[in-house]
Design a protein around this ligand. Structure first.
Ligand SMILES: NC(=O)C1=CN([C@@H]2O[C@H](COP(=O)(O)OP(=O)(O)OC[C@H]3O[C@@H](n4cnc5c(N)ncnc54)[C@H](OP(=O)(O)O)[C@@H]3O)[C@@H](O)[C@H]2O)C=CC1
Ligand SMILES: CC(C)(CO)C(=O)C(=O)O
Length: 309
């Protein structure tokens, strides 16, 4: 199975690297600076599940000849989506399956519009991963699970084939019969988690250790769930309670990738995650004051980045 991974960053580098090391035929579609880095150092993974080096990753840049791929994993940030879509287009054939691993939902609409619903599966991942200054992937907690499946639900022969081909990985690729639900659950979790960690500039421990921190997190999750339910997202009953129980058990030092990006002064996915939902809430005339505070905090951060340029 021929696999293209767009981006070799925190999640693309991790999952793509693990897949290549398990024997899958993986090519990374990267930009010039990243290509040079990977050619010089190889793809290095530092992980709680064991370090690994892929000495010579197969690399291409956009536009280079490589034929069509069976599977394309998208691992860019949302603010690079338009360019990423253009970059993968030449490698998409009639049988290609595109699996986006981004947080959020809005990218699905853009992918459907460009490639058609049939070629795009739903996808997501649970992993805490970042890139260090040398471009190595640093993965720091227990989860390293990717999930994918047919958007309209149910099992499919092609999803099971991919699961089988990816089964040798350190980590997990799981085919889901309810990917819509799983994507929205993850979107709920990340909107809340990235929201409170960036607002309070803190890993989760100090947040859940103060009563008002926990209460505020809970209220934010309820606002987000209200918007999602109003959009007819298929959320489980009791999902907020369940996620809050998990939140309280998360290791204290856990940070969202958005907070890690903020700490490095990098762009954030504010419009894609919180902004998308706030806009829908306003259209639906729903009151979501905490979501608005979280989003405003992110926009202020973005403005300060602009001003500093
Ligand atoms: N990090 C984490 O722990 C988790 C992240 N996520 C989600 O996964 C997605 C990716 O995040 P993450 O891996 O952290 O992001 P990173 O910024 O670490 O990696 C994204 C990579 O995509 C590359 N890229 C962007 N556009 C292109 C393009 N047109 N062609 C080639 N490469 C491109 C970037 O390349 P370049 O270096 O050239 O800019 C970068 O290396 C986000 O939606 C995030 O919310 C989900 C779960 C956990
Ligand atoms: C919360 C977490 C780490 C779960 O995978 C995540 O998706 C992120 O920080 O982007």
């Amino acid at each position: 199975m021929k696999v293209l991974v767009l981006g070799a960053g925190a999640i693309g580098g991790y999952f793509g690297g693990r897949l290549a090391l398990s024997g899958v035929d993986v090519t990374f579609l990267v930009r010039e600076r990243r290509r040079q880095q990977l050619q010089e150092r190889g793809l290095r993974i530092e992980s709680v599940h064991g370090d690994a080096i892929l000495e010579k990753p197969q690399l291409i840049a956009a536009g280079e000849e490589a034929g069509e791929f069976d599977v394309i994993l998208l691992s860019n940030k949302a603010y690079h989506l338009a360019d990423s879509i253009d970059s993968i287009a030449p490698y998409v054939g009639t049988q290609t399956v595109i699996i986006p691993l981004l947080n959020g939902f809005a990218h699905m609409e853009a992918l459907w519009e460009r490639f058609g619903k049939e070629r795009v599966m739903g996808g997501l991942c649970y992993i805490e991963s970042t890139m260090n200054a040398q471009g190595d992937i640093v993965q720091t907690s227990k989860n390293h699970d990717a999930v994918f499946g047919e958007w309209e639900g149910g099992e499919s022969e092609r999803a099971l084939r991919i699961q089988e081909a990816f089964s040798g990985i350190v980590g997990k690729f799981r085919a889901s019969s309810h990917i819509q639900r799983e994507v929205w659950h993850k979107y709920l979790l990340i909107t809340t988690l990235s929201g409170v960690t960036t607002l309070m500039n803190s890993s989760v421990g100090p947040i859940y250790s103060t009563p008002s921190g926990l209460e505020l997190t809970w209220k934010l999750a309820e606002e987000v769930a209200l918007v999602m339910r109003s959009l007819k997202a298929p959320l489980d009953d009791g999902i907020v309670e369940k996620q809050m129980e998990q939140f309280k058990k998360t290791h204290a030092g856990m940070k969202s990738s958005m907070l890690r990006d903020m700490e490095k002064g990098l762009p954030v996915e504010a419009d894609h995650l919180q902004g998308y939902l706030l806009k829908r809430a306003q259209e639906l005339q729903l009151s979501t004051p905490l979501l608005k505070v979280v989003y405003t905090n992110l926009k202020v951060y973005e403005q300060k980045r602009e001003d500093a340029k």
